[in-house]
Design a protein around this ligand. Structure first.
Ligand SMILES: Nc1ncnc2c1ncn2[C@@H]1O[C@H](COP(=O)(O)OP(=O)(O)OP(=O)(O)O)[C@@H](O)[C@H]1O
Length: 239
């Protein structure tokens, strides 16, 4: 991955399995968000492939690429919701754009999605009228509007208090379990990493490549790499 000649990460090779909660982790500026942008089709790799099943995202015909990406729901850290629209209008956006459903059907699906994230009855609220945790959940409802198989989140718990962050983690676990969704999360929140992560990739900003991967709890128990240990113990382990 590179911006112009500036290489951000190289030699990345990892597999995200169905129903994983896959954590992209590593220190500030190592390229986590950049990796997410590559995975969801916003930025092309300087070299290499991103495969969905065995189809290359960046070499696929446009209609195949659209089909792959329609199966991906994305929730970015900032601007998750349009402030001038109600929650229902926000969640309805992708449905209006990508489906031929009637307004009545859209309204029904929107209510279902909001109920799924614990926001039944909040259809006509504006984002400014609800808490930060509820806004994140509404963003999640919108990411799920088109029933994607894979959900991507950039720093979902950023700006949330620990209790709201924990509730969001529980919700992600629940959605994975009930819908069989695959979840990919960029985060450096250790509590979240250990609570929800079943698989991971650990990016290192110095060597500009991945230096670990797998279940974060297993990494904590077994990794000998001082950089990984330091990160996972919040600096308590000897570097
Ligand atoms: N649009 C861009 N153009 C040029 N360089 C960029 C661009 N976006 C990010 N970078 C650089 O790429 C590197 C990785 O950034 P990225 O945001 O992916 O890291 P990150 O691990 O998500 O960081 P953080 O944890 O601080 O959010 C940084 O050095 C950043 O300055």
């Amino acid at each position: 991955m590179a911006y112009g000649d500036f290489v951000i990460q190289k030699d990345l090779s990892f597999t995200i399995n169905r129903a994983d909660i896959f954590i992209i982790m590593g220190g500030s500026g190592c390229g986590k968000s950049t990796l997410l942008r590559h995975l969801v089709g916003l930025k092309a790799p300087a070299k290499g492939q991103i495969l969905y099943d065995d189809q290359s995202l960046w070499e696929a015909a446009p209609e195949d690429r659209d089909r792959i990406l329609r199966n991906c729901g994305v929730m970015f850290q900032s601007g998750a919701l349009w402030s001038s629209m109600t929650l229902a209008e926000n969640v309805a956006l992708p449905l209006g754009e990508y489906t031929a459903l009637s307004p009545a059907d859209i309204r029904e699906i929107v209510s279902l999605k909001l109920a799924l994230v614990g926001l039944a009855g909040f259809e006509d609220y504006y984002p400014s009228e609800i808490s930060g945790g509820m806004q994140k959940r509404a963003g999640l409802a919108r990411a799920m509007a088109l029933d994607p198989d894979i959900l991507f989140f950039d720093e979902p718990s950023a700006g949330l208090d620990p209790v709201s962050a924990r509730l969001l983690d529980d919700l992600l676990l629940e959605l994975r379990d009930s819908l069989g969704a695959t979840v990919v999360v960029v985060t450096h929140e250790l509590a979240s990493i250990f609570a929800i992560g079943s698989n991971s990739v650990f990016l290192d900003p110095e060597t500009k490549t991945m230096i670990a991967g797998g279940n974060p709890n297993v990494l904590l128990a077994e990794s000998d790499d001082p950089r990984v240990r330091k990160f996972l113990t919040r600096g308590k382990a000897e570097a």
